[in-house]
Design a protein around this ligand. Sequence first.
Ligand SMILES: [Zn+2]
Length: 113
Amino acid sequence: MHELSLAVEVVHLLETHAHELRRITRLTLDIGTLSCVDEQALRTALETAMAGTLAEGADIEIQTVEALARCQDCDQTFHPPDRIEPCPHCGSFKKTWLKGEDFKLRSVEGIPA
Ligand SMILES: [Zn+2]
């Protein structure tokens, strides 16, 4: 399961804060709309993966990052709803993704060690 491996990865990142934080109370994740992450499944997987760690019971905030692409033919940027959407300006399918594939831990808050 995709979300479970992501959750395990997040917990590894959280554990790197163990020397500065006694407990993690809140974490914020940036998730791009193209990353194919199911938010609810991710929350459930995180709650499971964080149990017994310094982040047990922490609030999970998920920020959705809207996809942004630049057309390789006309150089305009646009917000495609999915990966296959052509450029609305010229119809080209050649695009460079600028945003939307993100999956990152944006911030962590907690009680200092
Ligand atoms: Zn275009």
